[in-house]
Design a protein around this ligand. Structure first.
Ligand code: AMP
Ligand code: MG
Length: 386
């Protein structure tokens, strides 16, 4: 996979994108000694000397420069978020204080701890320290950190332009006004585009091509020039009209692999174009297409975006699974409620790899390596979510 370049996006547009550079603190976090409770700010030495009624020197709201305590035995009324007044080091909550004329009297029996209710300057992170590392995927907490750091144009990896190409003479568009008995609606391109959109891994253009060598050569060549990544579906098996591998090689693409010992999705093809652009040619059966997209295309795009690798997700099988052939199996699964604290999944086998309707309601699939022919209920296996 190539490494996609960095760009900048406005803060509002960067959720789920991958950070392309470290983000440093431009100031201390918090930037000043921040009061965390409405109350009075006092000097603890006064408290130790026995003062229980403090003369109120003023009122200190959030968002203004601090007042000074101004002398012994005095306090400043402070609000949450205010800067701690110089000279004060302890905050007594308003619930424990009674106002008596120009004074604030602390409730009998209350014992403040020195330094309480103050969020100390720099105690979370000092200025100059790294708040976020390149490769971080940006979620709501990271958006908050970016906003707090004044980062309104965010360095993120550019999203690749991905051409999602369905091939097959039997296919018609979803909105075709009429459909003949020998035709089917093209769904793979929609599923692939949905996967890339959900995971924010690229912007997609969909195209549909016939099983015709001339048209495939011309159109794949054009789509290649206009995009960073090609994802094709259909036409990679052994049929007389499966022209895709030949066409790609004719266009100068280097084959990296063709066929994987897996079910579904055995005929998958992957290569790179003369310009180094990745080309995924997936088998057309809809379950194969979606499994191969999820198992290979999404991780490859994550790597190309520089995303920090996430730990593998594991799940516990709720029911045994028998492997029918010496191939690694990808078994669709649905979540099952579990009291044990593990992700419990139940197999949802499909009627052949053409049965994409049975995938509805599944969360993804588990990977069952062909090192075994049978997996038992309770076995812990790797799960991939759509
Ligand atoms: P192929 O890999 O071209 O041999 O296609 C295998 C099966 O997948 C055929 O039954 C196709 O009709 C079906 N198929 C291929 N492309 C699509 C598509 N874009 N949407 C839905 N089904 C497809
Ligand atoms: Mg076909």
């Amino acid at each position: 996979m190539p490494r996609f370049p960095a760009t900048h996006e406005p803060l509002a547009a960067c959720v789920d994108r991958v950070l392309a550079a470290d983000v440093l603190a431009d100031r201390d976090h918090p930037p000043f000694d921040r009061v965390t409770m409405d109350g009075i700010a006092v000097a603890y030495v006064d408290w130790s000397a026995g003062v229980r009624e403090f003369a109120v020197a003023g009122t200190q709201a959030a968002g203004v420069p601090p007042l000074a305590l101004g002398g012994p035995g005095r306090c400043v009324e402070v609000m949450t978020g205010a800067v701690l007044p110089p000279g004060a080091d302890t905050v007594i909550p308003v619930e424990r204080v009674e106002r008596v004329g120009g004074s604030a009297r602390v409730a009998a029996g209350y014992e403040p701890a020195q330094g309480q209710f103050i969020h100390r300057r720099g105690s979370d992170r000092p200025a100059g320290s790294r708040l976020l590392a390149a490769g971080q995927r940006i979620g709501p907490p990271e958006v908050a950190v970016l906003a707090g750091a004044g980062c309104h144009r965010v360095p993120v990896t550019a999203l690749p332009r991905v051409a999602v190409v369905s091939t097959g003479d039997e296919l018609v568009d979803v909105d075709a006004p009429a459909i003949a008995p020998h035709q089917i609606r093209s769904s793979n391109d929609w599923a692939i585009a949905a996967a890339l959109a959900r995971h924010r891994l690229g912007t997609t253009t969909r195209a549909r091509l016939p099983d015709d060598v001339g048209a495939l050569l011309r159109e794949i060549g054009r789509l290649h020039d206009e995009h960073d990544v090609l994802i094709l579906s259909g036409g990679v098996s052994m049929g007389q009209f499966d022209f895709v591998p030949r066409v790609l090689e004719h266009l100068g693409a280097d084959l990296v692999f063709h066929r994987i010992e897996q079910r579904p999705g055995r005929p998958m093809w992957f290569g790179t174009s003369r310009d180094g652009k990745p080309i995924f040619a997936l088998p057309g059966n809809p379950v194969s297409t979606l499994v191969c997209t999820t198992r290979y295309v999404l991780p490859a795009l994550r790597a190309a975006l520089g995303a920090t690798e996430e730990p593998e997700e594991l799940a516990t099988l709720a029911e045994p699974v028998e492997l029918g052939a010496d191939l690694t199996y990808f078994m669709p699964v649905a979540l099952r409620a579990s009291g044990g604290g593990a992700t419990l999944v139940e197999p949802r086998p499909t009627n052949t790899s053409g049965d994409f309707v049975s995938l509805a309601g599944t969360i993804g699939f588990v990977e069952l390596p062909r090192t075994r022919r049978r997996y038992e209920a309770g076995d812990v296996v790797r799960v991939f979510r759509w």
